[in-house]
Design a protein around this ligand. Structure first.
Ligand code: DGT
Ligand code: CA
Ligand code: CA
Ligand code: ZN
Length: 574
C-alpha cells in the first residue's frame, strides 16, 4: 500500500473503534497517527527500511508495526477482525450527514439498529426521538440526511467523472474503426456533478466499437448493448453511455448529446424559425426529405448554419446564450492560462500537508507570479488554527522569504479567519491589519436560521479588514447541503463593501455556485479562483474553479487572480 492508502486505513480503524465504543485513547492514537503520516516529510519507505519510523512523533510501537505491515502488504489480522466485528450497515450509516459514530453506537445498542432501513423505521416510528440526545429536530435532520444520501449516490463529482472518462475516450480513439471520439453530456458542459458519462464515436462499423466498450476493465454490468447505443455500469457505481454514429452525423449527434435539454430546445426553435429542422441526425430544409444542407466538420459549422457564432459547451444551459450569441455579446471567457496566482492556501502551520516553501515552489513551477497563504484561525482548533502570536510569526516568516529572493513568486500573507457565531471575526483587528489580505469563512454553527446566518455573514463582509468571503454556503457537493443563507443579499453587501467573493475551487465545493455569477459580475462583484489547497497538489483545483467561472460567464476582468502582480498589490494596499 502507498502512504495515502495507509492513511485511509488508519482513519477507518479509528472509526471502527469508535463504533465499537473502544477506549478514547486508543481511538485518538490512530487519529493522530493518521495525521502524523499525512504530514510526514520524509519518504515513508525509507523511514521503514532504515527503522526510523518509530522515532517519529506520533508513531508508537503498535502503530509502527501496523504501518510497516500495511506498507509491505503483509496480512493485518487486527484490521480484518475489526472490520468483521462491525456490521457493514453501521459503517454505511456514517455517510449520513449529521450522524456520527457516537449516535450510531447508541442507536445500535438501545434500539438494535443495524442498517439504514432500520434507522429509517425507528426515525419514522418516533422511537429514535425518545433516546437521550436525539429529539424530533435531530431525527428530522437524520431523515433528510437519508434522503439526500440516496440522491447523492446517483451522481459523481465532475473531477472524478473527468478522471474516469479519460481512459475511455483514449481507448475509443485508439480503435481502428473509430474516426472521432468525444465526451458529451454534463461532463462536457463542465457541470459540477455528473449523472452518467456520455461518449460519442464516429464509425461505420459500430459492432467492434461496442464490443470494446462493454468489455473494458472495471465494467460490472452491461445494461444495454445495441448497434447504435450501449450502456454500462462500472464497479464504482459510475454509469456510461456510448453512442456510435456514421461520420457524417457526428457533429449533429455531438451537439444533441452535449445538451443541455433547454439549450437543445432553444436551438431547434431557432432552426424552425429559419425554415430548418434540426435533430441529432442532421439539419434539413423543412420542405425537403434529405438531411444536412451543407457538410459540417465541427460545431462552429453547425452554429454558423443557424447564423450564430460557436457557443462553448459550458454556456449551453438555456440561460440566454442564443440571444447573447445572436447579438454578438458572448463573453470572452476566462481560461486556466489567465491565472497568475491564487489566494486561500494552507500550509502545515494549520491543517495543510506542506511547508510554506514547498507551496511557493509549487506555485512558481506553475508559472504563477504570486501566491496567497491563508491558514486557519484559532477558532478552527480541529485544524490547528493560528492565534494572534502565530499569525505574527507567520507574517514575519513570509516577509523574510520574500526578502530572501529565493523565489520569483511573491507571497502574500493572509488568513482564513473564522466568522464567529455573531458575525464578529476570530482575530484581533490589530492582527488582521498587519496582514496583506483576509479571507473570512464560516466553519461552525451551521444550523442558524436564514435570517441569522445572512446577518452574521454580512456583518463579517462589512468588517473593514475583510478582503474576501470564503466558501459562501459551506456546501459539500454530494455530501452536505448548503446552510441557509440569502445569497442575493450577501452579494449586494459584498459589492457595497468592495469585498471579493471567492469561488472555492475544491471540486467538492465550487462555492459560490456558477449560477449566481453572471448577474453578480454585472453588479461589479469580483471573484478570486481559490484552490483552498491543503497540499502542493491541491493547487491544481483551480481548474475546477475555472470551469465554474466559465459556466458563470466570467471574463478575466472579473477574476482577481488573473490580474498582474502590481495591480493586485495596489488593490490590496488601497
Ligand atoms: P446528467 O447525466 O444527469 O449529468 O446530465 P446530462 O446532461 O449528461 O444528461 P443525459 O446523460 O441524460 O443526456 C445527455 C444529453 O442528451 C442531454 O444533455 C441532452 C440530450 N438529451 C437526452 N435526452 C433528451 C431528451 O429527452 N430531450 C432532449 N432535448 N435532449 C435530450
Ligand atoms: Ca450524462
Ligand atoms: Ca446519458
Ligand atoms: Zn474554509
Amino acid at each position: 500500500m502507498d502512504k495515502g492508502e495507509i492513511s485511509q486505513v488508519l482513519g477507518e480503524i479509528a472509526t471502527l473503534l469508535e463504533l465499537k465504543g473502544e477506549n478514547p485513547f486508543k481511538i485518538r492514537a490512530y487519529q493522530s497517527g493518521q495525521r502524523a503520516l499525512d504530514l510526514l516529510e520524509e519518504d515513508l519507505g525509507t523511514l521503514i527500511e532504515t527503522e526510523r519510523l518509530g522515532s517519529i512523533k506520533g508513531f508508537g510501537k503498535a502503530l509502527t508495526e501496523k504501518v510497516t505491515a500495511l506498507y509491505r502488504d503483509e496480512p493485518l489480522p487486527f484490521y480484518d477482525n475489526l472490520k468483521a466485528s462491525v456490521g457493514p450497515g453501521l459503517v454505511e450509516m456514517l455517510e449520513i450527514p449529521g450522524l456520527g459514530a457516537k449516535k450510531i453506537k447508541k442507536l445500535h445498542r438501545e434500539l438494535g439498529v443495524d442498517s439504514i432501513e432500520d434507522l429509517t423505521r425507528v426515525c419514522q416510528s418516533g422511537e429514535a426521538a425518545q433516546l437521550p440526545g436525539f429529539g424530533p429536530k435531530s431525527v428530522g435532520r437524520i431523515l433528510s440526511g437519508i434522503r439526500n444520501r440516496e440522491a447523492y449516490s446517483k451522481r459523481h463529482l465532475w473531477w472524478a467523472a473527468k478522471e474516469a472518462s479519460r481512459p475511455i475516450v483514449e481507448g475509443l480513439r485508439a480503435l481502428p474503426e473509430v474516426d472521432r471520439g468525444k465526451v458529451a453530456g454534463s461532463l462536457r458542459r463542465l457541470v459540477e456533478t455528473v449523472g452518467d458519462l456520455d461518449f460519442l464515436a464516429a464509425s461505420d462499423r459500430p459492432g467492434p466499437v461496442m464490443d470494446w466498450f462493454v468489455s473494458q476493465s472495471g465494467v460490472k454490468e452491461v445494461t444495454a448493448r445495441g448497434g447504435s447505443k450501449s450502456s454500462v455500469r462500472f464497479e464504482d457505481g459510475m454509469q456510461a453511455d456510448l453512442r456510435v454514429v456514421p461520420p457524417d452525423q457526428f457533429i449533429f449527434a455531438l451537439h444533441h448529446f452535449t445538451g443541455s435539454k433547454d439549450h437543445n430546445v432553444a436551438m431547434r426553435g431557432r432552426a424552425l424559425s429559419l425554415g430548418y429542422s434540426l435533430s441529432e441526425w442532421g439539419l434539413r430544409r423543412d420542405d425537403r426529405k434529405s438531411m444536412s444542407v451543407a457538410p459540417v466538420q465541427d460545431e462552429s459549422d453547425l452554429f454558423s448554419l443557424l447564423g450564430l457564432p460557436c457557443i462553448p459547451p459550458e454556456l449551453r444551459e438555456g440561460r440566454g446564450e442564443l440571444e447573447a450569441a445572436e447579438s454578438g455579446q458572448l463573453p470572452h471567457l476566462v481560461q486556466r492560462e489567465d491565472l497568475r496566482g491564487a489566494f486561500h492556501n494552507h500550509t502545515h502551520a494549520s491543517d495543510g500537508a506542506h511547508s510554506l516553501e514547498d507551496m511557493v515552489r509549487a506555485a512558481q513551477d506553475l508559472g504563477w507570479e504570486y501566491l496567497g497563504i491563508a491558514d486557519h484561525s484559532k477558532a478552527s482548533f480541529q485544524a490547528n488554527g493560528l492565534n494572534e502570536a502565530r499569525v505574527q510569526k507567520q507574517i514575519e516568516q513570509i516577509r523574510r522569504l520574500n526578502a530572501s529572493g529565493m523565489f520569483s513568486c511573491h507571497v502574500f500573507a493572509g488568513i482564513e479567519c473564522d466568522i464567529l457565531r455573531d458575525g464578529s471575526l476570530d482575530l484581533e483587528d490589530a492582527t488582521l491589519q498587519m496582514l496583506d489580505y483576509v479571507v473570512v469563512s464560516v466553519h461552525s454553527s451551521f444550523t442558524l436560521s436564514e435570517e441569522e446566518m445572512t446577518r452574521r455573514i454580512i456583518r463579517a463582509v462589512e468588517h473593514p479588514c475583510t478582503t474576501m468571503l470564503g466558501h459562501l454556503t459551506g456546501r459539500l457537493l454530494l455530501r452536505r447541503e448548503p446552510y441557509a443563507v440569502n445569497v442575493e443579499k450577501v452579494i449586494d453587501a459584498a459589492v457595497a463593501n468592495h469585498v471579493i467573493i471567492e469561488i472555492n475551487s475544491h471540486p467538492q465545493r465550487l462555492d459560490m455556485d456558477w449560477r449566481h455569477w453572471r448577474k453578480a459580475a454585472a453588479k461589479g462583484l469580483l471573484t478570486s479562483v481559490n484552490p483552498d489547497a491543503h497540499s502542493v497538489s491541491g493547487l491544481a483545483y483551480v481548474a475546477a474553479g475555472i470551469n465554474a467561472c466559465r459556466k458563470g460567464w466570467l471574463t478575466p476582468e472579473s477574476v482577481f487572480n488573473t490580474w498582474p502582480l502590481p495591480r493586485v498589490r495596489e488593490y490590496l494596499e488601497g
